[in-house]
Design a protein around this ligand. Structure first.
Ligand code: ADP
Length: 190
């Protein structure tokens, strides 16, 4: 199995690149953000719970997120592999993911982090907010809070996988295609 963690701050292009990668490598894309938004739209109990956190730019509690992720992985017993997008977002989630994959005789293959500077991120997110209808994209203070959460809680995930030599950074600035080519070069080595 190829299990890729597509990593990087909000607005770094994970979702866009994941969509291109899953086609090329025939992997299952799991975006915890998309799953939460789907639940929000459908007013499910999970969506209502998650909304309290998402609207403030905070992380949804681990128990909720890990259960949702586990269920989604278990829906695809025959997958060639997964692209995890937006997960893990803290070290506790990383440990849960490792345990889940281990129970399937597998492991994380690599973590690829899209490197984009803060000012470019804020610009991209505000631009996305104009059309996405995402409340967390239309307010600069919520965006800044998401970046703060990313640096405090999520970047340790990079260090966690770096210990086993699995973490790698890629320049996330450039055209969609230029970034995609950089990612493919790394994917082809897995
Ligand atoms: P971003 O563009 O900020 O990376 P996502 O679509 O991945 O956005 O996630 C949107 C929101 O959903 C996050 O700000 C957070 O509140 C919640 N969320 C997504 N993934 C997780 C996770 N793994 N753990 C906790 N909360 C999450």
């Amino acid at each position: 199995m190829i299990n890729l963690i597509l990593f990087g701050p909000p607005g770094s292009g994970k979702g866009t690149q994941a969509a291109k990668l899953l086609k090329k490598y025939k992997l299952i894309h799991i975006s915890t953000g998309d799953l939460f938004r789907f639940n929000l739209k459908n007013n499910t109990p999970l969506g209502l719970e998650a909304k309290k956190y998402i609207d403030k730019g905070e992380l949804v509690p681990d128990a909720v997120t890990i259960n949702m992720l586990t269920e989604k992985v278990n829906e695809h017993p025959d997958a060639k592999g997964f692209i995890f997008d937006g997960f893990p977002r803290n070290v506790h989630q990383s440990e849960a993911l490792d345990a889940l994959l281990k129970s399937k005789g597998s492991a994380v293959s690599a973590l690829i982090s899209l490197d984009v500077d803060d000012e470019e991120l804020v610009k991209r997110l505000l631009e996305r907010g104009k059309t996405s209808g995402r409340k967390d994209d239309s307010d600069e203070s919520i965006i800044r809070n998401r970046l703060k959460v990313y640096y405090n809680e999520t970047t340790p995930v990079f260090d966690y996988y770096e210990k086993t030599g699995k973490s790698v950074k890629v320049n996330g600035v450039g055209t969609l295609l230029a970034v995609f080519r950089r990612l493919c070069k790394l994917m082809n080595k897995l």
